[in-house]
Design a protein around this ligand. Structure first.
Ligand code: PXG
Length: 459
């Protein structure tokens, strides 16, 4: 595509008109944005022609990789045939029906119904309303409270931001809304010192039981968690955690919700993160990998018992203009079908996922200020630490992470700093050679990082 402006002109216009998410506008405009102009496979190019390895698949979402020729074609055809119609008022259309049928095929057993949204946040807010409606219909309207986790991330809507456990979000907008409480996250490295993984997993799950008893089980509607906390820094719970969480939820008759916005559609090497950790939720929320980011769409997978209960309650008074948007649905259908029929999810499970995890551990465990090197499938991380032997974290949590992230960025590699966790989630189509290329670049950057720590007297 011929670009008609210089980087400088774009930067000036962006600064003049565009408010960015999660951004300090003044500091951004002091340095100017990086204009990403096109992408292919796992690579991005900026307006200066720099080639960048996208170790984050956009925002954990471009599972199928950039530059597909089929998806734009399908979007074009759908847009020409039926660019829009709604799914309110007893209408539907072929694209959303075909997608719903396909999603029921790839979903774990017992999830035959989906509700559509435009984002992960809208999926989470939809789930909150569904959960409370469920208990109304069950004749237990006092069961309203949802339990989330500190450092969990569930989006930026009022409901999602409240359910998430990011305190810097709660401070803006007087959150959380009533009826949402939090328990500590299952971060073994920080909260389980001296305990085995399994012991800590059971302890972390017990915090949920403590909270249920504190609130009163008769008032608790659901527990909500990401199989792996993504934006919280790829916090992978011990194997004992999720089965115990499910046991506790069943014991107290509380709905179990998995937020699969990041873990869904192959990220862990399973279709959904719940399958990686061996638990069955009652509802799970998705977005991102559903369309691989080619168009905005989210979907709430509703367990058959919950769906039947909601149906018994008559109208569920909730939905969006673009719920099941025809073009987004058609693209999502093609995306999911390709993830399945091209064996992309299977390859993550059997081939590139294990390869990445082996190379990631080999490459980073040796660095003096890196610990807790971890990952599963194609989501991985490590934590930058002041002293590995004593497992001491750096002061000013997040400052060192940003310094490290900027070194990657300057060397043509996008990885994400979540506090002092360095995380990566590349497109699922990454090849073994590209994994080697990405890791080699990252290792070079980590050597520069260690040197900078010394220069700053931090090492
Ligand atoms: C688990 C989870 N749930 C809900 C959302 C909200 O989705 P939407 O953004 O589509 O409304 C998310 C989104 N996750 C997300 C979004 C933007 C940035 C980052 C980051 O790690 O920097 C992560 C998420 O990771």
């Amino acid at each position: 595509m011929k670009h008609q402006r210089s980087t400088a002109q774009w930067r000036e216009m962006d600064a003049a008109h565009h408010l960015h998410p999660f951004t300090d506008t003044a500091s951004l405009n002091a340095q100017g944005v990086r204009m990403i102009t096109h992408a292919d496979g796992i690579y991005l190019w900026d307006s200066e022609g720099n080639k960048i390895i996208d170790g984050m698949a956009g925002l954990w979402c471009v599972n199928i990789g950039y530059g597909r020729k089929d998806l734009p074609e399908i979007a074009k055809r759908q847009m020409e045939e039926l660019a829009y119609y709604n799914t309110f008022f007893k209408t539907s259309h072929p694209a959303v029906v075909e997608l719903s049928h396909l999603l029921a095929e790839v979903a774990p057993k017992g999830f035959d119904h989906v509700f559509y949204t435009n984002s992960g946040s809208e999926s989470v807010d939809t789930m909150i309303r569904m959960v409370r409606r469920y208990w109304d219909v069950k004749g237990k309207p006092q069961k309203k409270t949802l339990i989330g986790r500190w450092n969990g991330y569930h989006g930026s809507t009022i409901g999602g931001a409240s359910l998430g456990g990011m305190s810097y979000m709660h401070e803006q907008g007087d959150l959380p809304i009533p009826g949402i409480v939090h328990v500590q996250q299952p971060w073994h490295y920080k909260y389980g010192k001296g305990m085995s993984a399994d012991e800590f997993g059971l302890l972390a799950a017990s915090w949920i039981e403590d909270k249920i008893l504190e609130v009163g089980a008769d008032k608790v509607a659901a527990f909500v968690g990401e199989p792996i906390q993504g934006a919280g820094g790829v916090i992978i719970p011990p194997a004992s955690y999720w089965p115990e969480v499910e046991r506790i939820c069943r014991k107290y008759d509380i709905l179990l919700v998995a937020d699969e916005v990041i873990c869904g559609f192959g990220r862990t090497g399973h279709w959904f993160g719940q399958q990686q950790f061996g638990f069955t939720p009652d509802i799970f929320t998705t977005a991102k990998g559903l369309s691989s980011g080619y168009l905005p769409i989210g979907a709430v997978f509703v367990g058959n018992e919950v769906a039947a209960t909601l149906a018994a309650g008559g109208d569920f008074n909730h939905g969006f203009t673009y719920s099941g948007h025809p073009v987004a649905a058609a693209v999502a259908h093609a995306n999911v079908k390709a993830l399945r029929d091209e064996g992309i999810v299977a390859a993550v499970h059997e081939d590139t996922g294990p390869y990445m995890q082996k190379r990631w551990r080999e490459a980073f465990s040796r660095f003096e200020h890196v610990d807790d090197v971890r990952g599963v499938g194609l989501i991985q991380a490590f934590t930058l630490v002041k002293d590995k032997a004593s497992q001491t974290l750096f002061d000013n949590w997040g400052e060192i992470g940003l310094m490290c992230r900027d070194i990657f960025f300057r060397h043509g590699l996008i990885m994400r700093a979540c506090g002092d966790h360095i995380v990566s989630a590349p497109p699922l189509i990454i090849s073994k050679d590209q994994i080697d290329e990405m890791i080699a670049t990252a290792v070079e950057c980590m050597e520069i990082f260690e040197q900078k720590l010394k220069e700053r007297g931090l090492a």
